[in-house]
Write a protein that binds this ligand. Structure first.
Ligand code: C2E
Ligand code: CA
Ligand code: CA
Length: 437
């Protein structure tokens, strides 16, 4: 991420904007420091800011600069100059070299947050940190920084975890991540991605009410790659935006195919990863798909995950309002898994609430969960929303859900995600006597 106009002057020792060391100077000074204090265990800490580019775009570049300077002032004031050094290596990237005994990373992030909040910028600005406790002093300094950077990339954008420590497993994961990144373009071109459909069932009405499109990757050599592996990578490298569009189109194509065959259909819900909300042409793209496949908006439900609400509220709300105008039903995914569940309910015109799997999993272990689930269903109904409970796997769970009234379930008890032909058979079984307008 590059912040224009605020790059350090190459060759000079200090970064002009912040007065911290620039990258080259930091490398030199860190090597000297580590050499002189060889009997002290040190950590390299990499820090950067969530969505810094957006801050620069939304506000003036001066606002970005102010944030960077404020962070730099904090490092200068809080680190012991005799034992520690700090740098801005480029854009919004800071690197520190601090003795392990003097590093309280939680406190550092908390203090930074407070400083930045005191600037009263109307955007959620969060610092993320990766820490490499130097266990191999013979490693070149740039590789030490890479390791701290690896730890940072692992958690960047997660919102729940703000810092991570490097461990050797991260190197393996990094190699895997590079493999995924190296293969993704070809995979899309060569049709290695496909959608599975997981039917959503209403146990009271004993019928299928909708389905969720879930992407699958069949790699010619590595076989099936789990979405749990590649989706987080694509969310980090931005490819998710293209893959999501592919999935939406596949869902539309399937609806059209079923309609052409004279079959009844149910709405298919598709996932909208939060990166999509940065594309201003998103509503246009979605309505373009409806036109292309001659579908009505109810046939495609949009799943927005609760965590999307954390970073970019205004943009998200504006986008959702546009989707509503276009007639798309909106579903909140993973409800109850984050921090902003009730805020989202307050602010958004949602049609369906999908309750996070964690609730049904905990049901048998805790009576309190049953109370919370009942409350969520009542709340949703009072706000005029449908409810889907995710992750229903057992008869006991189904019985409990039934006791809550008109609530749908998505889970292995009723069906796993199915390849398209199996999904078609299932629809035939349940819906063959239904009419669709
Ligand atoms: P999600 O959106 O919460 O999707 C539900 C996940 O729960 C699916 O995993 C589904 O197979 C799984 N699941 C459903 N019922 C049960 C159950 O009873 N027990 C258990 N243990 N699991 C159940 P899947 O397909 O592996 O997808 C994982 C996640 O990957 C999804 O979570 C979603 O966040 C992401 N994902 C999948 N496809 C797409 C896509 O096309 N676009 C985007 N942006 N994300 C996707
Ligand atoms: Ca989903
Ligand atoms: Ca979910």
């Amino acid at each position: 991420m590059k912040a224009e106009g605020i790059l350090p002057i190459i060759g000079s020792k200090l970064d002009q904007l912040t007065g911290l060391y620039n990258r080259d100077a930091f490398y030199r000074e860190a090597v000297l420091l580590l050499g002189a204090r060889y009997d002290t265990k040190y950590c390299i800490v990499c820090l950067d800011i969530s969505c810094f580019k957006i801050i620069n775009d939304l506000f003036h570049v001066d606002t970005g600069n102010l944030i960077l300077r404020t962070a730099a002032e904090y490092f200068k004031a809080s680190l012991n100059p005799r034992t520690s050094i700090s740098s801005r290596t480029d854009a919004d990237h800071f690197v520190l070299c601090v003795p392990e005994s003097e590093l309280d990373i939680e406190r550092l992030i908390k203090d930074l947050d407070e400083r930045i909040q005191s600037l009263h910028i109307s955007h959620n600005i969060l610092f993320f940190a990766g820490v490499y406790p130097i266990d191999n002093t013979r490693l070149p300094i740039d590789q030490m920084c890479d390791r701290a950077g690896m730890a940072l990339r692992r958690i960047k954008g997660s919102y729940l975890t703000r810092y991570a420590y490097y461990d050797d497993k991260m190197r393996e994961q990094m190699i895997e991540e590079q493999l995924i990144t190296g293969n993704m373009e070809a995979a899309l071109l060569e049709n290695q991605f496909t959608i599975y459909l997981q039917p959503i069932f209403n146990p009271v009405k004993n019928t299928v009410v909708s389905a969720e499109a879930l992407v699958r990757w069949f790699h010619p050599v590595h076989g099936m790659v789990s979405p749990g592996k590649f989706i987080p990578v694509f969310e980090r490298n931005g490819f998710i935006v293209r893959l999501d569009r592919f999935v939406w189109e596949e869902a539309c194509r399937l609806q059209r195919k079923l309609l052409d065959a004279g079959k009844p259909i149910v709405p298919i819900s598709v996932n909208l990863s939060r990166l999509n909300f940065y594309s201003p042409d998103l509503p246009e793209f979605l309505s373009g798909l409806l036109k292309k496949y001659e579908l009505k908006p109810w046939m495609l439900k949009l799943e927005v995950t609760e965590s999307a609400y954390t970073d970019n509220q205004q943009q998200l709300l504006a986008m959702i309002a546009t989707f509503k105008e276009l007639g798309f039903p909106i579903l909140m995914d993973d409800f109850g898994s984050g921090y902003s569940s009730l805020n989202m309910l307050k602010d958004m015109p949602l049609d369906t609430l999908k309750v996070d799997m964690a609730f049904i999993r905990e049901l048998e272990k805790s009576d309190r969960v049953a109370v919370i689930l009942k409350f969520i269903v009542e709340l949703a109904k009072a706000l005029g929303m449908d409810v889907v409970i995710e992750g229903v796997e057992t008869q006991a769970q189904v019985d409990y859900v039934k006791s809550l009234g008109d609530v749908a379930i998505q889970g292995y008890f009723f069906s796993k995600p199915l390849p398209i032909p199996d999904y078609e058979n299932l629809l035939d079984k349940y819906l063959s006597n239904m009419e669709v307008d």
